[in-house]
Write a protein that binds this ligand. Structure first.
Ligand code: G6P
Length: 442
């Protein structure tokens, strides 16, 4: 990559999260000279792209930086010569998410954006679109890195590793950085002084060791978490307290999403209650987005508004921009990302995606050597990996039986009969976005 400034393309650029990303680039401009930011969206997202794009232009102007902001519906035009491509798209928009969250609940199964049947269907809709993007990248910007934030990020990374047309892919999530921020807050120190060794899968990651200024404080963190301190749950997950004795016995830090597995019935009950009171999380987010886009329209607004903090994606720009910065500058610092396992976590195939602390170099992430996960959690991680792999096969082939297999083996479902009912209803509901399952017989 020539050091004459970089070109970044953001697909799903009309997202309400974009000002977060722009803020991140502005903050790091000195070490990461962004020359062009191309925000790409589809026809349906045109209005949002205009609004958010104009805010991005005002932000850059206010900061006095020579960053060009381009808005386009032409993905291929944007991709030409890109250095980094970030993906933050939502196939079927929030309407599809609302179905992912509400249909499973009718059958007494958790309805969640990235876990259980909801996660499966988000993957089935998203994977073909991302694979298509990798095809364009191979042709138009073969040296670029794909940094994917699109959920389910672990499953999407797995799909690109196996079926993508490019090699340079990294999946990124804000959960690990959020956990680090929680520790930093609890210890009253700056985030830069905290390091956690992360290992597992996306939304299924554990903090194995925690260090503050290089000192191992894992035991103290576990005690704090057992007492309800030091956590930092994203806005989309209810912070139901953990049982003290469970956390002590676990001995490592769970991520907020582990509540769907280790507090399954409580989370289900919570979701049912929330559904009655405020609707699905998608509906809550729709209201937050409407408020945000009204603010974004204000020609006097030239910074990221604080209302964006009502979304679950806090620190996402910090994570994204520090990753791009470390690749660009070959910093060799340690960051948690989704990448090819390459033997880092024992028991998971080398060619599968894992979420793990890595040394970030100009040639990409190099995972730390983790070894085997503790026996108490190894089984669940393996189950989720099996689920992700079968789900990817279903997304790529459009095969009904494979989709039912993925649905049934998911730890939140585990019934072929209930799974089949959910599958049938969701396939019908999402038909428009699942062409691979509705191919016409020849
Ligand atoms: C968390 C997750 C993200 C997810 C977000 C949803 O931060 O890590 O993967 O996209 O929550 O937030 P939302 O505001 O859309 O419910």
């Amino acid at each position: 990559m020539e050091k004459k400034g970089i070109k970044v393309v953001t697909i799903g650029g009309g997202s309400s999260y974009t000002p977060e990303l722009v803020e991140g680039f502005i903050k790091r401009y000195d070490s990461l000279p962004l020359r062009e930011l191309w925000l790409v969206d589809i026809e349906e997202g045109k209005e949002k792209l205009e609004i958010v794009g104009n805010l991005a232009k005002r932000m850059v102007e206010k900061a006095g930086l020579p960053i060009e902001i381009h808005l386009t519906l032409d993905r291929r035009e944007a991709l030409k010569g890109a250095d980094f491509v970030t993906t933050q798209l939502r196939v079927g928009l929030l309407k599809a998410r609302a179905l992912d969250e509400s249909i499973p609940l009718k059958y007494g199964v958790i309805g969640q954006e990235t876990n259980g049947p909801g996660g499966l269907f988000k993957g089935l809709r998203t994977i073909p679109v991302i694979l298509d993007i990798t095809k364009d990248m191979a042709e138009l910007c073969p040296d670029a890195w794909l940094i994917n934030f699109t959920n389910p990020a672990g499953m999407v990374t797995e799909a690109v590793l196996r079926y993508g047309h490019i090699k340079k892919v990294i999946g990124l999530c804000n959960v690990p950085i959020g956990m680090e921020m929680g520790v930093a807050k609890a210890f009253g120190v700056d985030h830069s002084r905290v390091r956690i060794d992360f290992a597992g899968l996306n939304h299924m990651v554990f903090g194995l060791n925690v260090y503050v200024d290089g000192e191992n404080v894992t035991k103290k963190c576990i005690d704090m978490l057992a007492n309800g301190e030091g956590g930092n749950d994203p806005k989309n997950i209810k912070s139901i307290a953990w049982e003290k004795e469970f956390i002590k016995a676990l001995g490592i830090l769970p991520c907020p999403y582990h509540r769907y597995y280790f507090k399954k019935s409580e989370m289900l009950e919570e979701e049912m209650e929330a559904l009655k009171k405020e609707g699905t999380r998608a509906e809550v987010v729709q209201r937050v987005e409407a408020e945000l886009f009204e603010l974004y329209k204000d020609p006097n607004l030239a910074v990221k508004p604080p209302q964006l903090e009502k979304r679950g994606g806090a620190y996402y720009s910090d994570a994204a921009v520090r990753l791009i910065d470390s690749i660009y500058n070959d910093r060799r610092d340690i960051q948690p990302v989704n990448t090819r396992n390459n033997g880092a976590i024992k028991g998971i195939p080398d060619d599968s995606a894992v979420e793990v602390s890595c040394v970030i170099t100009k040639d990409g992430p190099k995972p730390l050597n983790i070894g085997e996960l503790p026996v108490a959690v190894n089984g669940l991680v393996q189950s989720i990996k099996s689920f992700e792999r079968v789900a990817v096969e279903a997304a790529v082939t459009g095969d009904y039986n494979t989709a039912l297999l993925a649905m049934t083996i998911n730890p939140l479902v585990q019934s072929d009969t209930v799974g089949k009912k959910i599958l049938d209803e969701m396939l019908e509901a999402h038909k428009e976005y699942l062409p691979q399952f509705f191919k016409k017989e020849q």
